[in-house]
Design a protein around this ligand. Structure first.
Ligand code: S3P
Length: 177
């Protein structure tokens, strides 16, 4: 049995945080972001955590964060880091946590949105475009496997994306009953 959260997954720059905040206003539910939680807990930025403790440490922190949310969070909007669905254990946790919505976007959308971004350690270095394309391709299956609902978000303007998420979750809930 699922908890009654809406969980947003998707690649970096797919709009998990911005849509999550907008959803939280629209539905009058709290908004939680796992990256933000980890930063608070570890008292440092994700980029520093990658640098000082390594990616594996961060991935363990993500799994711990999901377990904690499963214990103490319901009726909320949750956004998770772009790599969270990669672990099978996390995919199970995500599905228990609520209605998992995959915000799917094209690589071009991510490139336009994250141009010049310095906060994503996985996209720093020589060829961010190639990195985005190859990471996206390698993650496709995990995102699709974790998702209850898949939405193509590239062409939505303003609030259209949020409205599409609400509509899709309501339809999913209706079918489920
Ligand atoms: C990551 C995505 C980031 C953050 C970390 C790793 C990833 O979150 O968790 O930099 O592996 O895709 P956003 O998806 O919110 O950018």
């Amino acid at each position: 049995m699922k908890k009654n959260n809406i969980v947003l997954i998707g690649f970096m720059g797919s709009g998990k945080t911005s849509n999550g905040i907008a959803l939280s206003y629209k539905l009058k539910k709290p908004f939680l972001d796992t990256d933000h939680r980890i930063e608070q807990l570890e008292k440092c930025k994700i980029s520093e955590l990658f640098e000082n403790r390594g990616e594996a440490y961060f991935r363990d922190a993500e799994t711990e964060c999901l377990k904690k949310l499963l214990e103490d969070t319901d009726d909320s909007i949750i956004s998770v880091g772009g790599g969270t669905p990669l672990r099978e254990e996390n995919r199970l946790l995500l599905r228990k946590l609520g209605y998992v919505v995959y915000l799917r976007v094209r690589p071009e959308t991510v490139m336009a949105r994250l141009k010049g971004d310095t906060t994503r350690p996985l996209l720093q270095g020589e060829d961010p475009e190639g990195r985005i394309r190859s990471l996206m391709e390698s993650r496709k299956e995990a995102y699709e496997d974790a998702a209850d609902i898949i939405l193509d978000m590239d062409d939505y303007k303003n609030r259209e994306g949020v409205n599409a998420i609400v509509r899709a979750v309501n339809e999913y809930r209706t079918k489920e009953n």
